[in-house]
Structure formats: structure tokens, C-alpha cells
Design a protein around this ligand. Structure first.
Ligand code: PEP
Length: 235
């Protein structure tokens, strides 16, 4: 079953989250997951939709100002977390080591994890894509240690929020590489929109999408989920 995850980033407080959730009806045949900011998690959970956080700390509790732990998320009814999003790596000093620690703790507690990997434009242009993906995926795979609940999102950094989606061929190659390292579902992320989703989601080895900008609008996220549902029902 394809997995469609809505990464709302730092948009939507509780009121807007409630409005979205009330209007959102995921189609049959796909799994849709909403990933609000911490402040809107409870509102989204109360709606009955499946909810993931956008990050999770490795400690159960402690002097880590600004962080949230796996037990806290579980107490709220949150089912999983995004880990290692490129915006965390770029702006908040997230490294493969901290991504690994977050992944391990989340999975140990029974949260599901969407572990994000992807190359920058410079890394792609200098032929380092394979190496970068290998290092990032192996860090997450080692931390996961074969535990259930892990999904990888391939998100080329240059495609996130830019409107410039990877070509299906680039995504196919990256997904094949990742699946060769780790036997888990792999989502594509990077400027997926309702008009581009059908082509990308039909590609072999693409098990769903992590959607940023286009997930903020309930009609556009629903359209992306519907595209995935149609592909699943015809295959
Ligand atoms: C993301 O934030 O994970 C993402 C893929 O964003 P966008 O769809 O806006 O490129």
C-alpha cells in the first residue's frame, strides 16, 4: 500500500490543523499520514487521522530544551516521526549520528520512522549522489537494526520546495540504490504536486511520497492521495 505523508513543516497551528483534518477524507487503498508541528499534534490526533511528528529526541526525558521525546509522543497518540529531514540537517545541525540516535530511540519505543536522505545539487553535479545516499542510509539502517516500522524518504535537497522535481529516472535509480542497501519501503519527496504525482508514483520502486508544500491544501493533498490510490488499484 502506498504511503503518503504530509509534512506541514512550521505551518498550521491547532486551529488550521483541525480545519484540515475535518475536511480530509483519504481515499481507500492508501495510507495517509499527517505530520504537523509539535503545537498542532494533539489537535490532529484528536481528529482520528494517523499522525507523525516532524522530529523526536533520543532521550526519554532530560535537559534538552526545545526537544520532544518518544514517550511524550506516544502519550499523545502520535504513531511515528520524520527523522533527518534536510531542513533539520541544513538549519539545525542534524548529522548522520544524531539522525541515527533519533531513529534508534523512536523504533525502540514502537514509533514508526520516516528517515530522510538526499543529495544536494552540488553533490549531484560532482557525481557524489551514490556515496552520499549510501552513507546516510547506512547510518539509519545500522540504527534501525532490523526493527520494524522504518520507511526511507528519498528527498533530493535541490528538489525540496523548489518546484523542481527529480525526473522519474533519477528517482528510480536512487530508490533502487536505497533498496539495495535496506529492504524497506522508499518514498519520494521533493516538489510533488497533484499534476506530477501520477507519473512519479507509478514509477517502479516508489512506495509513496513525502509531500511538503502541496500537503498544506486539503484538496491538493487529497488529489495526490487519489493519484496513488488509482495507481495501486490498477496494478
Ligand atoms: C518536504 O518538506 O519533505 C518536501 C518534500 O517539501 P516539498 O514537497 O514542498 O518540496
Amino acid at each position: 500500500m502506498q504511503l503518503l505523508a504530509a509534512n506541514w513543516k512550521m505551518f498550521k497551528g491547532p486551529r488550521e490543523a483541525r480545519e484540515f483534518c475535518a475536511a480530509f477524507v483519504p481515499p481507500e487503498g492508501v495510507e495517509a499520514v499527517l505530520c504537523p508541528a509539535f503545537a498542532a499534534l494533539q489537535a490532529a490526533v484528536e481528529s482520528g487521522h494517523t499522525v507523525f511528528a516532524q522530529n523526536v529526541h533520543w532521550a526519554d526525558e532530560g535537559a534538552y530544551t526545545g526537544e520532544v521525546s518518544a514517550p511524550m509522543l506516544l502519550e499523545l497518540g502520535v504513531a511515528g516521526a520524520i527523522v533527518g529531514h534536510s531542513e533539520r540537517r541544513q538549519y539545525f545541525g542534524e548529522t548522520d549520528e544524531t539522525v541515527a540516535r533519533r531513529t534508534r530511540a523512536a523504533l525502540e519505543h514502537g514509533l514508526r520512522v520516516i528517515g530522510c536522505v538526499g543529495e544536494s545539487a552540488e553533490e549531484r553535479h560532482t557525481g557524489q549522489t551514490e556515496l552520499v545516499l549510501k552513507v546516510m542510509v547506512e547510518a539509519i539502517a545500522d540504527a534501525a537494526g532490523g526493527r520494524d516500522g522504518l520507511v526511507i524518504a528519498y528527498e533530493p535537497v535541490w528538489a525540496i520546495g523548489t518546484g523542481e522535481m527529480a525526473t522519474p529516472e533519477m528517482a528510480r535509480e536512487a530508490h533502487a540504490l536505497i533498496k539495495g542497501l535496506l529492504d524497506v519501503p522508499v518514498l519520494y519527496g521533493g516538489s510533488v504536486k497533484p499534476d506530477t504525482a501520477p507519473v512519479m508514483l507509478a514509477e517502479e520502486g516508489i512506495d509513496g511520497a513525502l509531500v511538503g508544500g502541496a500537503s498544506l491544501d486539503v484538496e491538493s493533498f487529497t488529489a495526490i492521495c487519489q493519484a496513488a490510490a488509482e495507481i495501486s488499484s490498477s496494478s
